[in-house]
Design a binder for this molecule. Structure first.
Ligand code: MTE
Ligand code: MO
Length: 258
């Protein structure tokens, strides 16, 4: 990771440092935040998979000893998260949200329009059929939730970086933010937005995303923890002003790498 120091890396380091500073202001979150920052970074680096509580705990212990600068070095936007086989998919895949499954928002497909705003030249709206017709990819990856579970799932959709370029997003901007059909909101660094495994996902396991997993679309990032992956996206914006997120505004680590 020392050989490809692109501007995107520098941006990420800034985000990481910003995070670290935010955490210093929240002593109760200090250790927790550090753990979140590099759990997956370390697993990718060592090529180990986090398959059970014991391996996760070992990683957490190791990670908590690292200082912030070492953590910043662990993240690489060009490093790929592990992928899995069909047979490894967790069935049934868990549902999670800040509310119960009976309160999942139901978005009407016919009237649905995705809004784009901020530093984007193509400010038109998109219908779901138009989005689904974009070049398609599938991924089988592990979703890791800070609540202590992880699960392997299969998502299909279009590469988010390609979509951003298609709509004329300023990819030198710092952040991409998301507004959702529930009260959820999230934002990510541009390097992660452009990561090849970051998908604007319309499908789960070969079928259109069911409501519980984020209909009509979610952002799927195997390089980020579960809460960084917004479901029920209704608006995407590009900005240089830190937008925060539903959980990070309550003290969770913003970078949220898995
Ligand atoms: N809109 C929205 N997106 C969300 C959430 C939410 O409550 N609302 N919860 C997050 C959290 S904490 C997790 S673990 C995953 C759960 O996704 P799943 O239901 O597909 O497992 O969605 C994330 N994205
Ligand atoms: Mo989560």
């Amino acid at each position: 990771m020392n050989d490809k120091l692109k501007p995107a890396h520098k941006l990420d380091r800034q985000s990481i440092l910003q995070d670290a500073q935010r955490e210093l202001a929240m002593p109760s979150r200090r250790l927790f935040g550090k753990q979140l920052l590099t759990l997956g970074g370390l697993s990718m680096l060592t090529g180990c998979s986090l398959t059970d509580d014991e391996s996760v705990n070992k990683f957490l212990t190791a990670v908590s000893r690292l200082n912030d600068s070492a953590q910043a070095l662990l993240f690489s936007p060009t490093q790929l998260a592990p992928t899995y086989t069909e047979a490894q998919i967790t069935r049934p895949f868990p549902f999670n949200a800040y509310y119960g499954i009976d309160q999942v928002p139901h978005v009407d497909e016919a009237s649905y329009r995705l809004q784009l705003s901020g530093l984007v030249t193509g400010k038109r709206t998109w219908t779901l059929p138009e989005l689904v017709a974009l070049p398609h990819e599938e991924q089988i990856t592990r979703h890791i939730c800070v609540e202590g579970w992880s699960a392997v799932g299969r998502w299909g959709g279009t590469r988010f970086g390609d979509f951003l370029k298609r709509v004329g997003a300023d990819t030198s901007a710092k952040y991409v933010g998301f507004k959702c059909a529930d009260d959820y909101y999230e934002s990510i660094d541009m390097a992660t937005a452009l990561h090849p495994q970051t998908l604007l996902a319309f499908d789960y396991d070969g079928e259109r995303l069911p409501a519980k997993y984020g209909f009509p679309m979610k952002l799927r990032m195997p390089t980020k923890l579960g809460y960084k992956n917004p479901k029920h996206i209704v608006e995407i914006f590009v900005t240089n002003k830190y937008p925060g997120g539903y959980w990070s505004d309550q003290g969770y680590n913003w970078f949220g790498g898995s």
